[in-house]
Design a protein around this ligand. Structure first.
Ligand SMILES: [Zn+2]
Length: 327
């Protein structure tokens, strides 16, 4: 059976601080082709737009669609955006402020462009065709270098009074804790992100704690996840600690919003049950005696953002928004 919107193809882009990923997505949310390039944001926004333009053309050809251009493009951006004007308001990882990405990319490609915050795009992707399908009250938390979140309320993305939506990375979970990039202290991001895992591992290595992790300068979160999977006690302890704080933040959200399901995505979700089980225990403990949401891992991996960005521009997707844009 051909679903509504099956005839539409779009390119969804996940613009990250390190890489730009692009995918050709059909009206049922399936990826026909995908590719990525380095962002190299130090070259300035115009150079990044050039790279995005080349990437879109390449991925379109890869899907066997040579000779045509996509007639709709959605972009997930690591920062705040004004979707209605196509402006990136502030993207600290890219060093951008008030950059008209929608207009700039749209002019090069001759196609309308919709911008979305990257964590919101990931939530839209998981809700459309991933682990949150059919849910009306869903929270998707993306735990990577930083922590982002997207909230679906009554089947629609919650954007709040200013369009910012939810920022769970900056929930305060440690009183007088470590400084955060936002200027505050004790944010969730300082204790549960991939960067926080690395910081905790380095501190333990400096103390001389027993571990299979080595003190090399390029230690990253993947090394910690691998060591935890191999049974390293220190690495497992670090994950449990990060999961404990994550559980506090998620339990508070669940109590506020009576959520059906919570999805954990992002690089740290690759830890699987080593992150999921302690988060579940904490959420169960802290929401008692009230009903608790199911806590599951995302199923779209790092494609969630590009699929969700495409969902905004594909008619027939539950999150289609492009026609509502002011011109
Ligand atoms: Zn913060």
């Amino acid at each position: 059976m051909v679903g509504r919107g099956e005839q539409y193809l779009a390119v969804g882009i996940d613009l990250g601080g390190t890489n730009i990923k692009a995918a050709v997505v059909n009206g049922n949310g399936y990826i026909l082709a995908s590719n990525q390039v380095a962002t190299l944001s130090a070259g300035g926004p115009d150079a990044v737009v050039d790279r995005m333009t080349e990437l879109v053309t390449r991925v379109w050809q890869q899907a066997g669609l040579t000779g045509m251009r996509p007639d709709r493009i959605g972009v997930g951006v690591p920062g705040t955006v004004d979707a209605h004007t196509g402006t990136v308001i502030f993207a600290p990882n890219l060093g951008w402020s008030h950059f008209p990405l929608g207009e700039s990319l749209g002019r090069r490609l001759g196609s309308p462009v919709w911008l979305e915050n990257d964590a919101d795009a990931a939530a839209l992707g998981e809700h459309w065709v991933g682990a949150g399908r059919g849910m009306r009250y869903l929270l998707v938390i993306t735990v990577g270098t930083g922590i982002g979140s997207g909230l679906i309320l009554n089947g629609k993305l919650f954007q709040g009074s200013t369009g910012r939506g939810t920022e769970m990375g900056h929930f305060k979970v440690v009183e007088d804790g470590l400084p955060c990039g936002c200027g505050n202290k004790g944010c969730l991001e300082t204790v549960s992100s991939a960067s926080a895992l690395v910081r905790m591992a380095r501190e333990a290595l400096t103390r001389g704690d027993k571990t299979t992790l080595s003190k090399n300068s390029d230690l990253d979160a993947r090394d910690i996840l691998a060591a935890a999977r191999d049974g390293d006690g220190l690495a497992r302890g670090i994950l449990r600690k990060a999961a404990g704080y994550l559980g506090v933040a998620l339990a508070n959200m669940a109590l506020a919003l009576d959520l059906e399901r919570v999805i954990i995505g992002g690089g740290v979700a690759a830890a699987g049950s080593l992150i999921l089980e302690p988060v579940r225990e904490q959420v169960t403990r802290l929401t008692r005696p009230y009903s608790k949401p199911e806590v599951v891992l995302g199923v779209l991996g790092n494609a969630a953002g590009s699929i969700g960005a495409a969902a905004r521009v594909i008619p027939g997707s539950p999150h289609f928004a492009l026609e509502g844009r002011e011109t």
